[in-house]
Design a protein around this ligand. Structure first.
Ligand code: N01
Length: 540
């Protein structure tokens, strides 16, 4: 579909932003349907999240045999995951392997941060420009910029005067950090901190953990891959991948629950939670009972089970009480997965600091000063999260020429149709974006589903000599209303989470992911496509 000029670069059919798992698969699929495509990546390497997040303990919380591409059976049969859950170096190695195996690198530009994306209505073309001024033009634009790719260091006064070293989890030095013998402070107690704290505690002379909000964490029970488990899993890989398509989070074996937590005797419920605790993993809990995230009383049964576990592990009752979350339903914030997190607070060299009751006031030359005390530190690790879901898109000046920027259009919160497209922005697609189940699912599963939908859509357009697709505002309004209605029927909006934009001062509080489940979402996407792309304006 591309036209070759003699001394000009041939114009692309598709430009893709981001060379993580999403952008790389998008490139592969675009090639497969005969489109010319190129990926622009801000980082110095491919891998996205797994390129940047190299902090100690970085690991996926979905089992490695599930958290991998499903599109190529030979790939999934041949690849060997060393552990039950993939560690960052292993996942990055896998991504590098996929890039080589499918010859993707030749169409990836590294160290090329996209600064602007402008659509020219008359020419029906997107022009993207890098921060260095390189421009590229394409008919379609796919944003695979990720949901947790804009690290956020809170604007504590005085950070610039700190004489020690400090790091953010999402910008971790590739060569690693040696904390041996140092007095270290970790700020934050989300999924990231919960993974890094047990390992930093083993190195540091002393570790202070600055906690504002306690989080629920479950044991991972990570282990080396059991060859028999792997063999049996791979023997039924295809069936499992098919099954995953109709499940709540895109993971096989975890079907939509039918039982209420309140409809069975307390002892039976406890037995079930204990079984899940011993098995390890978060999805078992999330899909344990149908009212887990719908009914406060049902949710409280699981929350209290985990609080009791915390109290049984942590020896100091005051510390245990601080670690036991009481201000949000379990699962309404991302449920964390750990290896020895609560046990770490039994170490003599670890202190939990409550910065809810006495907030951090400033960073000094020698450490952190809270409203209550001063802590001397040699190094600090900020596990303070990301401007999630919309951050990476907001950083790029995306607009239709002469029109407002997307960041302006989304001032009151993101508005999409199916989480894949945005009214007013033709020929523009987002992978795993707001309004889709992306972050509430096995990400690679959603990446494949979204990308396949986009690929089918482009084939549909080409087959009918159509040049433009744009969602109708009414269809987007109805989708946003549906996303909100589904979320409002759950306990999710009760938590101050990054799903709500609550971690970024001034960000509108809107629940962004679609929590109707992967299976239901896929059915809706399929229905829309089958109905001649209902809700979209298609034109020549
Ligand atoms: O970030 P977070 P994260 N003063 O936003 C605290 C994925 N992930 O990087 O809750 C003091 O969850 C903040 O406190 P509060 C996963 O989807 C997956 O940990 O705002 N504290 C919170 O404790 C996850 O959800 C995996 O009160 C401040 C922490 O910093 C997502 O990434 C592993 C503060 C931020 O927690 C993000 O996780 C890791 C301040 N001013 C990450 N500002 C796995 O797959 C912020 N905080 C296992």
């Amino acid at each position: 579909m591309s036209e070759a000029g003699s001394d000009r670069e041939p114009e692309l059919d598709v430009v893709i932003v981001g060379a993580g798992l999403g952008g790389l698969y998008a490139l592969h699929r675009m090639r497969a349907i005969g489109m010319t495509a190129r990926v622009y990546e801000a980082g110095g390497g491919i891998g996205g999240t797994w390129f940047w997040n190299r902090y100690p303990g970085a690991r996926c919380d979905i089992e490695s045999l599930e958290y991998s591409y499903a599109f190529d059976d030979a790939l999934q049969q041949e690849w060997k995951w060393p552990e039950r859950y993939g560690a960052q170096p292993d996942i990055l190695r896998y991504i590098e392997h996929v890039a080589d195996r499918f010859d993707l690198r030749r169409d990836v530009r590294l160290d090329a941060r996209i600064a602007t994306a402008v659509y020219d209505r008359d020419a029906n073309r997107w022009t993207l420009t890098t921060a260095d001024g390189e421009a590229v033009t394409a008919r379609f634009c796919i944003m695979a910029t990720g949901n947790l790719s804009t690290p956020r260091v809170p604007d504590f006064p005085g950070l610039e005067r700190f004489r020690g070293r400090w790091y953010h989890s999402g910008l971790w030095p590739a060569e690693g950090v040696d904390f041996t013998g140092l007095r270290v402070g970790v700020v934050g107690t989300g999924s990231t901190a919960i993974q890094m704290i047990p390992l930093i505690a083993q190195q540091a002379r002393h570790l202070h953990v600055f906690q504002r909000t306690a989080n629920f964490s479950l044991p991972a029970r990570n282990q080396p891959m059991d060859p028999e488990f792997e063999r049996a899993f791979k023997a039924e890989y295809r069936r499992r991948r098919e099954e995953a398509k109709r499940t709540p989070v895109g993971v096989s074996g975890f079907l939509a629950p039918t039982r209420s937590a309140l409809a069975i005797p307390a002892e039976e419920r406890e037995r079930r939670y204990e079984e899940l605790w011993q098995q390890g993993g978060t999805i078992g809990f999330l899909t344990s009972f149908k009212d887990f995230l719908l009914d406060e009383a049902a949710n409280e049964t699981a929350a209290e089970f985990v609080r009791r576990k915390i109290r049984s592990i942590v020896r100091d009752p005051a510390v245990a009480e601080l670690l036991a979350p009481k201000d949000h339903p379990i699962g309404s914030k991302r449920l964390c997965l750990d290896t020895g997190y609560y046990e770490t607070y039994n170490r003599d060299n670890v202190t939990l600091v409550d910065v809810r009751s006495a907030p951090i006031r400033e960073i000094t030359e020698t450490g952190i000063r809270t409203a209550a005390a001063e802590y001397e530190l040699d190094a600090m690790a900020f596990a303070t999260g990301f401007d999630a879901m919309t951050g990476a898109l907001r950083e790029i000046d995306i607009r239709v020429a002469g029109g407002p920027a997307l960041s302006e259009v989304w001032k009151a919160g993101p508005r999409t149709y199916l989480g894949l497209t945005i009214p007013g922005f033709p020929n523009f697609f987002v992978i795993t974006g707001p309004g889709s189940p992306g972050v509430k699912s096995q990400m690679i599963h959603s990446i494949e589903q979204h990308t396949d939908w986009i690929a089918d859509c482009l084939v549909h357009l080409r087959g009918r000599q159509l040049a433009r697709i744009e969602p109708e505002p009414a269809a987007s309004d109805a989708w946003v209303a549906h996303v909100n209605a589904v979320a409002d029927a759950t306990l999710y909006p009760r938590a101050d989470s990054w799903y709500m934009g609550a971690n970024i001062p001034g960000k509108p509080r809107v629940f962004m992911p679609y929590v109707g489940g992967v299976g239901a979402y896929r059915a809706k996407c399929e229905e829309v496509a089958a109905d001649n792309y209902r809700g979209f304006a298609l034109s020549r």
